[in-house]
Structure formats: structure tokens, C-alpha cells
Design a protein around this ligand. Sequence first.
Ligand code: PLP
Length: 391
Amino acid sequence: MGIATEKLRLSEISPRIMQSEIRSMTVECDRIGGVNLAQGVCDTEVPSSVVENAIKAIHDGHNIYTRLDGITPLRQAIARKLAHYNGITVDPDSEVLVTSGATGALYATCLALFDPGDEVVLFEPFYGYHVNTLLSLRIQPKAVAMAMHTWEIDFDALRAAITPRTRAIIVNSPSNPCGKVFTRAELEQIAALAEEHDLFILTDEIYEYFLFDGTEHVSPGSLPGMAERTITISGLSKTFSITGWRIGYLAGDKRWLGSIGYFHDLTYVCAPSPFQYGSSAGLVELTDTFYAEMAAEYQVKRDLLCGALQDAGFTPSIPRGAYYVLADVRSVPGATAREKARNLLKETGVAAVAGTAFFTGGRGEDILRFCFAKRDDDLQRACDALRNYRS
Ligand code: PLP
């Protein structure tokens, strides 16, 4: 027929954006009926006021598009939370945007702030969506490796990664996958570099309440002089166990928020209306005690999993925050981390993610990531299976 097939093709970038390893391990795990510690889904209870107010909103007719930046009570609740917990002062009418999860927040931010060919620095191990969001927009990610297992930052390497094309540094604290919680001193050094090189800081704080051993969460946007160059991203997926509701938000200077809001409107229109009402009620009604108790519960889960990994001979890097553990699994058969993950699943029925999903340059082949955001009985079953693996 003479069809010009060279135009009937995927974009050049498509083959580089791969189906995540996490999803394929989940499929494998479901197939054998195993315990899925690969996926970061917290299948714990949703707070009842959050559920009830979302249902009420549907019955009350809040089923149409909302304002593009989100409903007023939710923006006000977010602004109050940012002042109270993060030490960040924003105007709820012009400096807060309700988004389709933290994922939509980052995507809209990158669309609004960066051009193809710009570079953005981030720390390794990284969260794959951060890298792939940049790649999909033709922005070049530059990964700066943190020291294996201590996750200390090499500031000389960070400085060396910054070029005239660099526009931003992404910070994710507490970190997925390594559980590092950036210290105030580290963030001050990162902030000083951002000021020196005139860079944005995009900070993903989705795990901000998942803190262990008395660790303090510091928001880069609260540091002196950082307000105008920091976009603070967070959301309720993790704290309220509502990953499927798609409620996140971002805050930053009004110079940037208008355009970011426009791009968010273009891609998502608005976050789901009734879920905005449910989330707003949760933010208003739940007190500091709720978040403290949640962190304490997750610390017990962390200790349970780290103990089992230790007993199985898989040295864990003990996380200070978030809900993942990177563990050294060099004793598991397999030439690559993907093979090790599949062998471990076959032997124990426990699914984990190959470390290579979070590293560049061939690093991560001896590492698997295990998630402990699981119900206690599932986590116990996984821990028993891991302990048995050794014996
Ligand atoms: N940011 C990080 C670091 C994550 O680990 C995740 C989920 O695993 C997300 C963002 C996704 O957040 P949301 O559901 O709000 O899009």
C-alpha cells in the first residue's frame, strides 16, 4: 500500500520509559499467591472521617470539576498544615495547588518550569518516577550517588554535577527507596548550592510523617531565603492510605504557581472532587497524635522486617523514615538483582524489587527493596518465610 511506516512509530523517548520493575514483580507475586513487599501500597485502614466525608460529598452533589487549584477548604487546611508542621507560610489563594497526587504535582511543575535539554540533579538511589518524569519531558536527569548503606552525600560530586544547563535539584526526604532523612545541615548545604547556581529546589515530602527513632523532618522551603525557589510537593496518598484517590498538593511562590496550575489543569483538569472533601476533613480533624501514632506503628513494622532480614542473612540498611528497606542479598542465587528477586520469590513467596530500579551505572545488583507498609498478618507471614529461607 506504500504507507510511510517510518512515521507510524513510537516517539524516540518511549523505549527508554519502561514498565516499572515494581509492577512486573507484583504480577509475578499475584500469580503465585505470594506476599507482595515489592509495591509501596499501604493497605492499612483509611481514617473514618476521611471516608465518611468523601461519601457525604458525593451525596451532597460535589461531583463536578472543582476550581483548577482545588476547593477552598482543602487549600486552607493545607496552608495551615504547612505553617504548623513544615514551617512554611503560604497564601492559600495563590500559593497552594491541589494536584492529582504528588506525581501530578511533579509532572505539572516540570512542564511549567523546564525546557527540553535542561538538566535536573537528583540523588541516587532515586524514585523511578522522578527520573522518568524528567525523561518524558526531554529533561536530562543527573544522578549523584550517595554512599552505599550510609547514604551520605558527596558534596563535591553534587557540585560537579551542576552545569550551566542545570535548573533544579530534586530532594526526596524521607527517601524512597533508602529511607534517608536529610539533616538540616545537609539541606542547608544543598540550599547554599541552589542559591549560588540560581536553581530551583523541588522537594517531594510525601513520607514526611513516616519518621523513626525521633528523627526530625526538615522542609527545604522553610530554610532562610529558600521560599522563592522551592516547590514543596506532598500529598495524602500515604498518610491517609488513599493511594487510589489521587490527592496531592504543592506549594510555592505565586510567580510559579499560576503556570504550574495551568499545566496541571491541562493534564488532569482537577483532583477528584469528593476526595478533596474527604481529605480536607481529615486534615482539619486529625491531630498531631494521629501522625505520631502512625509513625510509631510503622516503626514496629520496620523493626519486624529488619529483624527478619537480618536473621535471613540479608543485611538491611535501617531506614530512618518512609517505609522501605534496602537489603544486601548477595547470598541469594542469581547473576542480577532481577534474577535474585525472582529466585527469592520462588523460594519464599516474598516479592521484593531489584535494586537496579533505583540506581544507575550497574549499581544495585546485590540489593533488593522490601516494603513494610503491610497489614501485620501479611508482614508476619513474609518475615516467617524470610527466616525459614536461611534454615
Ligand atoms: N513520591 C514518592 C517518593 C513515592 O514513593 C510515591 C509513591 O510510591 C509517590 C511520590 C506517589 O505519590 P502520589 O500517590 O501522591 O502520586
